[in-house]
Design a protein. Structure first.
Length: 516
């Protein structure tokens, strides 16, 4: 039991001892009716702690705050991120809020203290990158929106749709984008995006987990944030979500949004230990730096809550949406692909996703092998590229599938040529909610996909396709043949797209949160 004296002075035993000091304790003292844990932030059981700190990180300074009507006193000495504290460049304080919540997050309390001011600094070296319009955004009455992203693919496409679709009378947009993984689709849209936003290429935004590279990226982003002075920051994908949210610490950004586009702890390639670490980081960043997380599917939101990343009100489902543009006929699409010479009775099973480990092209090819052996007039087409293309070519040659399996490489019109397919096949190990399925639904093409988060919200078995377990070649081949033997009217398939996945609905949901 803690005495009043304990509460008044806090834990001090051994604090000046170098070994204990370096362990970076955060101490929370409460009266006898509550808990009195001494919480080392390096402990694996951090998920069970009650202390979550939001605001700029603390240095050596000690702050004592009482919660009204509870008798709880919180004393925080310093946090785990010593390099980041040093990098901030001003005296760390405890300015914003410290939510206290029990592990089931059902009884949140909150401590609030007045905001503080950060000493203004000279313009950064990258100031010349900012447009005059961006610098004068506050004069026009527009909200300044800063979008940060590193990943491409569906993530990049989501950014493109937001930049080109948000109300230009309400938002002044700046985009910081990583260049290490930029794809042709994104490059194609850069001129159009330049008409709606200020674009800043960021070669320092990479997938590297090197601490020095991470700190360098944070410094660069903080420099940009200080120059732009955004009202809203929206970070996309895990890498940008990490460095982007950390970079906002103490800079008075009104709202910080995060779109994970599938959480890193969903990835099969990571060990269980790494997944636990990633989930822990997501939990800390959500509490400390995030106003709201946009999940691209209800399943992704459920996953976040199962991992107790934050309270339910901080997660919102916003489905990926695409515009309802004109789609070519099947024959026109076949001509575009160069497959118009195939026999007229050929059945095309296709995919437009990248050839990466996440998409599991090996299962795609094994399903093709099994189906083709029973139905030689079936052709499997992959319109994409990726690091596993050479492996895929090797599999095709070794198994004599070259006459029925076609790897056509990347195309910037993939969303249009999907109309050439009779069946869309997706073998992903995990997903957020892939644009490729939405494009297939818009074109009226039935789907066979793995039963994972996101896929199972786009595919309605018996209505627009079927699902099968990941890596299950036999079941996947069975579902392909089941769709082949079932008639799915194109308009029936399109109904799912019209109900849930239009770009108009997506932009409306996002802007409502931006302005709310």
């Amino acid at each position: 039991m803690l005495t009043n004296s304990d509460q008044g002075t806090g834990y001090s035993g051994g604090y000046n001892d170098k070994r204990n000091h370096n362990r970076q304790f955060a101490t929370m003292l409460v009266h006898e009716r509550a808990f009195a844990p001494l919480v080392p932030f390096r402990r694996h059981d951090i998920r069970n702690t009650m202390l979550h700190i939001r605001g700029s990180l603390l240095g050596n300074s000690q702050r004592k705050i009482k919660v009204p009507r509870t008798g709880i006193t919180v004393i925080v000495r310093s946090l785990y991120f010593r390099p980041f504290i040093k990098f901030l460049g001003h005296t760390p304080v405890f300015p914003l809020s410290c939510p206290l919540s029990y592990p089931d997050y059902t009884s949140p309390l909150e401590i609030r203290t007045p905001k503080y001011s950060v000493p203004k600094k000279k313009a950064s070296k990258g100031a010349h990158l900012m447009s005059r319009e961006t610098a004068e955004g506050s004069i026009t009455g527009k909200r300044k929106l800063l979008i940060i992203h590193e990943a491409m693919g569906g993530c990049g496409r989501n950014v493109i749709d937001i930049v080109n679709g948000v109300d230009s009378s309400k938002f002044e947009v700046t985009v910081v984008y990583g260049t290490s993984r930029i794809d042709d689709y994104y490059r194609k849209w850069i001129p159009t995006m330049n008409e709606h936003a200020t674009l800043i290429p960021a070669p320092y935004l990479t997938r590297s987990l090197n601490p020095h590279a991470t700190l360098h990226a944070i410094r660069k982003l903080r420099s940009i944030i200080k120059q732009v002075e955004p009202d809203i920051v929206h970070c996309h994908s895990s890498i940008a979500g990490t460095v982007g949210r950390l970079a906002t610490a103490g800079l008075h950004v009104d709202k910080v949004f995060y779109s994970p586009h599938a959480y890193s702890f969903q990835a099969w390639e990571f060990s269980a230990r790494k997944k636990r670490l990633f989930a822990l980081l997501e939990r800390i960043f959500s509490h400390m730096f995030t106003t709201c997380t946009f999940n691209v599917s209800a399943g992704e939101r459920t996953l976040a809550l199962e991992h107790r990343l934050d309270t339910p009100d901080k997660f919102k489902v916003v489905y990926n949406g695409i515009p309802d543009t004109a789609i070519p006929s099947r024959q026109e699409a076949l001509t575009l692909l160069g497959l118009d010479k195939l026999p007229e009775d050929s059945i095309i099973v296709g995919s437009t996703v990248r050839l990466t480990a996440q998409k599991d092209p090996t299962t795609f090819l094994k399903i093709a092998q099994r189906v083709i052996s029973a139905h030689p007039r079936m052709h499997f087409v992959c319109v994409s590229d990726g690091e596993l293309r050479n492996d895929a070519n090797r599999f095709i040659e070794e198994n004599g599938l070259s006459s029925n399996v076609h790897l056509l490489g990347y195309r910037n019109d993939a969303e249009r040529i999907v109309a050439a397919f009779d069946i869309y096949l997706l073998t992903s190990l995990y997903e957020g909610l892939p644009y490729s399925l939405v494009e297939s639904l818009r074109a009226g093409v039935p789907i066979v996909a793995t039963d994972v988060t996101g896929n199972n919200e786009a595919v309605r078995p018996g209505v627009n396709g079927y699902l099968f377990p990941i890596k299950n070649v036999e079941k996947g081949a069975e579902m392909v043949l089941k769709v082949y033997n079932t008639h799915f009217p194109a308009q029936q398939v399109r109904e799912t797209y019209l109900d849930k996945f239009t770009v108009k609905k997506m932009l409306s949901d996002i802007q409502q949160s931006y302005l709310g």
